[in-house]
Write a protein that binds this ligand. Structure first.
Ligand code: ZN
Length: 512
């Protein structure tokens, strides 16, 4: 039994800096320092792992003050050819859309000139060279750049996908070879074509690591495993589909840090309204949209900025996608008949402040959500619908009375995701965006807040209006954040009228 002494706090160095800069609050910092006494990790690493600090903000803080405990880590992939890295003894430690961080043993001026063609438009920043990292780094990059050719490269495949920020890897066998595709910013892209014998090896290894039945190839299976990357672990969910050409394997990458959800950075219009509502004492707050519209990310970002020490937060998900420390997260488990409704009842007996319901998809769940809200809790939930009025209709159809809706509904956020033009190449395609022309994604959204029952009733009758999700997307297109092609991809032919208006305006301006 470890000694339980009062927590002493030495808020000096990096910890003090983070506090002074307002990057973390005092209770959060004290919690991290308390955890440091148990684990012995650097305090910055603990804050990032627990989702109180974005890694980018930690790097900025470390760079600003040059703290002794900041040792750069080698990256897993780079566009700089391995021959160049070897010749100039370069270790790449971090590459973002705007900055390349590296260390070298030779003259910085020479190295800067040599690497610049591979990182156009980026600021090159030098950090301290860690000799022990050089050989392993070179090995990793050599394998990464020479492509997928042998058994051990399965790790490299996973690390490359994670390094590029892919959300999924699709391994799709065809009659003569096998395609490996990454989903980047929501769209699949062919990365490798591999021989069928290598496909067999890869699939066997993945199924083995995901604890699946290796001999079973005719039935779909699912499983999960973890990989380590730069000292952190990334969760992988695996699903197989028995196609006529062999098993299709899809690996979903749940990289909590990649998402690093910060509510203000998701691009949600109406985020202030949303934030005010979720910080009320009770009521129902909904995030709506189709699958892959970023609902879970919005929920996670919302939880992350709540007072997770001061409030008891519980969530039930199917399954839990990202861990949020200092909250109680539960997986739906159909094998033992643990469902949404039953778990929410358990939460209500466990002194909750906030209850998160992964998805409202049936009458029982809808009713328990409303009851939890009615008994003085904030209930956050997602709903599979495309508009605010659609959300109200859906709840009515799930048996929620107009009375309960008027009294409990606080806010509805509806969202979808749009790819944004790469800032490095302005859409032309470059190494930073893997030639996609898109650098990231932003949300298009509509958000309606209900201050009283009358406002809910008016909305249900179609007597209230607010800027729609489509209006928001068109505004983002007009401000130059995204392309006409992306608007068409997301909204189909409905986008044409809006795009036409802009083109007409542009050509009129051109003539003037
Ligand atoms: Zn680009």
């Amino acid at each position: 039994m470890p000694e339980l002494s009062p927590l002493t706090t030495s808020r000096t160095g990096l910890a003090g800096y983070l506090l002074d800069q307002g990057l973390v609050s005092k209770p959060v910092l004290d919690a991290a320092l308390a955890e440091q006494r148990v684990t012995g990790e650097p305090v910055g690493a603990i804050l990032v792992r627990n989702g109180f600090l974005a890694r980018i903000d930690l790097h900025r803080a470390e760079a600003a003050e040059d703290f002794a405990d900041s040792i750069p880590e080698a990256a897993g992939a780079t566009a700089i050819p391995v021959e160049l890295l070897e010749r100039y003894s370069i270790i790449v430690s971090q590459e973002t859309a705007t900055e390349l961080q590296l260390s070298t043993l030779v003259d910085e001026v020479v190295v800067r000139a040599a690497v610049e063609p591979y990182c156009p438009g980026k600021t090159v920043r030098f950090v301290s060279f860690v000799p022990d990292q050089f050989e392993p780094f070179l090995d990793t990059i050599t394998r990464e750049q020479r492509g997928l050719t042998s058994r051990k490269d399965i790790d490299q495949l996973l690390l490359t996908a994670i390094g590029q920020g892919a959300s999924d890897i699709h391994i799709v066998p065809r009659p003569v070879s096998c395609s490996v595709l990454f989903r980047l910013l929501g769209v699949r892209r062919l990365m490798y074509d591999v021989p069928l014998d290598l496909y067999q090896t890869i699939v066997a290894q993945i199924k083995d690591r995901a604890s699946m039945d290796l001999a079973e190839r005719r039935l779909p299976q699912d499983g999960r495993f973890e990989v380590k990357l730069q000292g952190r672990s990334v969760d992988l969910r695996v699903a197989t589909v028995p196609s006529i050409d062999g098993e299709i394997v899809v690996i979903r990458i749940l990289d909590a840090e990649q998402v690093a959800p910060v509510l203000d950075r998701l691009g949600l219009s109406g985020v202030e309204t949303w934030r005010d509502a979720v910080n009320l004492q009770n009521g129902l707050c909904l995030v709506c949209g189709p699958t892959g519209s970023g609902k879970t990310t919005t929920l996670n970002a919302t939880l992350r900025e709540m007072d997770r020490l001061g409030k008891a937060i519980y969530s039930i998900e199917d399954p839990v996608e990202y861990r949020v420390s200092y909250t109680g997260q539960v997986n739906v488990n159909s094998a033992i008949k643990l469902d949404f409704a039953q778990t929410v009842r358990a939460f209500m007996r466990a002194d909750p402040d906030v209850i998160v319901l992964g998805e409202i998809r049936d009458e029982e769940t809808a009713k328990i959500a409303v009851r939890a809200a009615d008994t003085g809790h904030i209930v956050l939930a997602t709903l599979h619908t495309g508009s605010v009025t659609g959300a109200i209709d859906r709840l009515r159809n799930l048996g929620i009375s107009p009375f309960d809706l008027r009294n409990q509904l606080r806010v509805v956020m509806v969202q979808t995701l749009l790819r944004t033009i790469c800032p490095s190449c302005l859409g032309a395609g470059c190494t930073a965006c893997h030639d996609l022309g898109y650098g990231a994604r932003t949300a298009a959204s509509e958000c309606a807040v209900f201050r009283d029952g009358a406002e809910v009733a008016a909305a249900a009758k179609g007597q209230r209006s607010w800027p729609s999700l489509f209006d928001d997307a068109v505004a983002k297109y007009r401000s130059g954040l995204t392309t006409a092609a992306e608007l068409r991809r997301v909204f189909g032919s409905a986008a044409d009228a809006a795009i036409g208006t802009v083109s007409a305006l542009a050509s009129r301006k051109g003539r003037a």
